[in-house]
Write a new protein. Sequence first.
Lengths: 261, 406
Amino acid sequence: MRPVLEVSGLSQDFGGLRALSDLDLRVDANEIVALIGPNGAGKTTFFNCVTGIYTPTEGQMFLYDADDGKHLLNGKKPHVITAMGMARTFQNIRLFSDMTVLENVMVGRHCRTRAGIWGALSRDGHTRREEQESIDISYALLESLHLQNLWNEKARNLSYGAQRRLEIARALATEPRMLLLDEPAAGMNPQETHELEILVRGIRDARNLSILLIEHDMSMVMSLSDRIYVMEYGSCIAMGKPEEVRANPRVIKAYLGESDA
Amino acid sequence: MRRILKAVLTAIWFMALTLPVMGIKLNTLDQTVQWRFDRILWLGAGVFALAVIWDWCFSRKARGLPLLRLPKGWGAGLRNLSGRPHLKTGGLAILTLFMLVMPLTSSFYQTNIMISALLYVMLALGLNIVVGLAGQLVLGYVAFYAVGAYAYGLLYQFLGWGFWACLPVGGILAVLFGLALGFPVLRLRGDYLAIVTLGFGEIVRLALQNWTSLTGGPRGISDIPRPGFFGLEMDINASTTYVYYLVLAAVVITIIMISRLKNSRVGLALQALREDEIACEAMGIDITRVKLSAFALGSCWAGFAGVIFAAKTTYINPSSFTFMESAMILSMVVLGGMGSIAGVVIAAMILILAPEYLRAFSEYRMLIFGAIMVIMMIFRPQGLISGERRRYRISALHGAHNGGRA
């Protein structure tokens, strides 16, 4: 399999605290990989390193482009990494809440469009075409996430589940090769979680991208992911297919605590 | 009932409080004390009425009701009216006609007031880019206005440059100052940004005040020529009328430019920056660039307005560029509604024209002004006009549905 994201020896220190230590991770093309672990294990810190919000202390991160070219992510700014094909959602929803649903997705098109200030002021043919194209692509994305009826609502007025889906739509608008979902099912009921699962799988199949997700809902993780990484205290304690991980004694220990026997 | 009781208590409290000031008059010649209970009673009645109204407003606000209840059918009627395109064009046509004829039919004094109101419209629209769209709280905006004005004043004084040559130079210089301010404050936001920009505004003003050899210090620069019109000789009246049309044109251009900018790709990026900086960055927007663009674009209009201001008054000195002006312009943006173009234009007009025409009540002007601001912020914190949104045309929907109202 061809890799899309490859991370080796990643460590992140915050002062004296080692939040991530010597983490290796790899996501292949078209794969759905889950990152699980108890609260505070460093999962979101890992996302923040990979997307350029933090600069890791040690280690290397690479993103592969469509022609298998290997690009180092270390020290790149978040917007550059997004333009290279990495998109994410946030654990605590971070939508542009006073903008409409459509505009939220259109912001995601920013790095795939070019019009600048002069284009905006002159509104020449090229700018207008690009803008209409961006509107139509964004609307199509909303349709694929069943949000089309809400397109002109303000993002803040959406229900929780719809806000989560809008975050995914906005991330997809950047045309990623690698999509990072930070607890997409948090706060959803079992029915919504099931729908989300179908949706995520559908996105992977239709858009030919790789997905790395952090999730606490084990039934979703087990049925959705191709492989699972388990983290505890900033390092990876297990990796493998869902059934392997489920049977791993270290994972059971991390989640349930040590037995007294 | 309870409301009445509360109002009565308020009134009594007020009467007791103001009794020494309002109710007692010492006649120092006769050495007598005059009790003026009639005044106190009037005051009590006034406070009582106000308290009842105030309480009623708050109870409506608490229940989420609008302050004014329109008679049945009016609300829908008004919405219908505002939806009619020919009515809108009609209104705009009347407004255009009024603005065009205004200097020909009004006095010199009226025209001058209108010029300064239009200048403030321009400034408020410029600040609206930075504060309203990009959400960067800048308190030293008047500094860029000063840069524009002094650019013209100094270039004329030392090099003899004319108005038309200085107009672009003033704009460019203001942009450079905007960028100079923008770079160091890239990492700041909110209150911290406000304080730094406040300091920046003061630095510029103090530099102008104390650099006597260049700027003339507090004496300022005088005899700046009014804008020329192909070398035509104009008396002061004609020249004022000319400046009026010039400012009017500048305002129209500003409105067109800024509404285009607001709805563009760059405008969306600015608004995204206002909403959430981290998400904005994660969506592939270079926030350094967007912030600097916001500063540059905002200060550019202030620069233009400054050059026109210098040409209009023919005399500039640092006291025209105090923090009070920055606060005034910021009030216009907040009162009008962050990011709303029509709202900011209306607010700028009100805040400049109302004090001029309320000169009869000049002692109470600032009192009324303050009261209006407080009431606005309590009952309509989003500003006069908020949530004006562009209507998008979606190809997939076009024809099938009425776009924009799904």
